[in-house]
Design a protein around this ligand. Structure first.
Ligand code: CP
Length: 327
């Protein structure tokens, strides 16, 4: 078990070995058990963590805030529109000051070609761990919780088919960070990963190359299809979710002719029937009900969305504990 985490940043799971990710999952399970039993876990006693949000959040904000309270620390939520950032204060100055005041800083900044650079600039100037609460490229807490949930459901995820499927949505133009993080992480665990999308919603080339390499090195496969039914066929897990075409179309416009032509990319009961009989449906949430997925699927017996959402709490607590309190 790899246990050396103290003081490191959590920007992408690419920065961590599989052995280190296994430790994160192990600690997540331990904290989950203790939470269920009411065992106190004051691992962040007297510690202050700042949570900076450039965008809205339900799960990420509250898993961090609740998790910090359950670990005995104090979470300081910061809406960046009320910070001096709104008047142009730099990432460097913000990071230096907040890291002198506390023990950790979480940041969500999903602006395309800005978010990850912003978080990295904070990391370069922070004396305390920086936690990526989602950027334009990565959502490591989400991918970790998804992996934990799949492992809980089937124990051995090797050679299980997991399909990451683009879905039609109109709620807002979403980052590519969830499918990108999943496409990189799941092949490291020997899964048969199928990435499905209509042409125009590509992930960056380097992601596909790295995902293929991860699959080759770990005994799984990584395939791409533009045939939605192929993705559902014989799948053990399906993750139909919208992502914006940020790579090829950097406009903020949510609805356009290209999107409207892909309305059929919806998770339906009929498509779920193509998968294995005990297929499980995942979604990072919030889901665009009626567009991305039929209510009868997300509310049905194959859905494990709430279990995955709950695991956001346990994984967040584990990562904070290890990085702020470890060896
Ligand atoms: N899955 C996720 O990150 O949810 P929020 O946007 O509500 O934080």
């Amino acid at each position: 078990m790899q246990t050396v985490f103290r003081g490191r940043h959590f920007i992408t799971l690419r920065d961590y070995t599989k052995e280190e990710i296994d430790t994160m999952l192990d600690v997540s399970l331990d904290l989950k058990r203790k939470f269920a039993m009411g065992v106190k876990t004051p691992y962040l006693d007297y510690k202050t963590i700042f949570l900076m949000f450039f965008e809205q959040s339900t799960r990420t904000r509250n898993s961090m805030e609740a998790g910090i309270a359950q670990l005995g620390g104090h979470a300081n939520y910061l809406d960046t529109s009320n910070m001096q950032i709104a008047h142009g204060e730099s990432a460097k100055d913000t990071a230096v000051i907040l890291s002198r005041f506390g023990h950790g800083i979480g940041v969500r900044n999903c602006f395309w070609e800005i978010g990850n650079k912003y978080i990295r600039e904070m990391a370069e100037n922070s004396s305390v761990p920086i936690f990526n609460l989602q950027c334009d490229l990565y959502h490591p807490f989400q991918a970790l919780a998804d992996l934990m949930t799949m492992k809980e459901k089937v124990q051995d995820v090797r050679r299980k088919k997991v399909s990451i499927i683009w879905a039609y949505a109109t709620s807002h133009k979403k980052p590519i960070s969830v499918p990108l993080s999943q496409a990189l992480l799941f092949p490291r665990y020997g899964m048969d990963v199928c990435l499905a999308y209509p042409k125009g919603w590509e992930l960056p080339d380097w992601v596909i190359e790295e995902a293929r390499r991860n699959a080759e090195e770990n005994g799984g496969t990584f395939t791409i299809t533009h045939d939605e039914e192929e993705a559902y066929r014989d799948a053990d897990f399906v993750i139909p979710k919208n992502w914006g075409s940020w790579v090829t179309n950097q406009s903020d416009a949510v609805v356009d002719d290209a999107l409207e032509a892909q309305k059929s990319w919806k998770c339906t009961e009929a498509k779920m029937k193509l998968a294995k009989p005990n297929v499980m449906y995942l979604h990072a949430l919030p889901a665009d009900r009626g567009n991305e997925v039929e209510d009868s699927v997300i509310d049905g017996p194959h859905s494990i969305v709430y279990d995955a959402a709950e695991n956001r709490l346990h994984t967040a607590k584990a990562v904070m504990t290890l990085l702020m309190n470890g060896k």
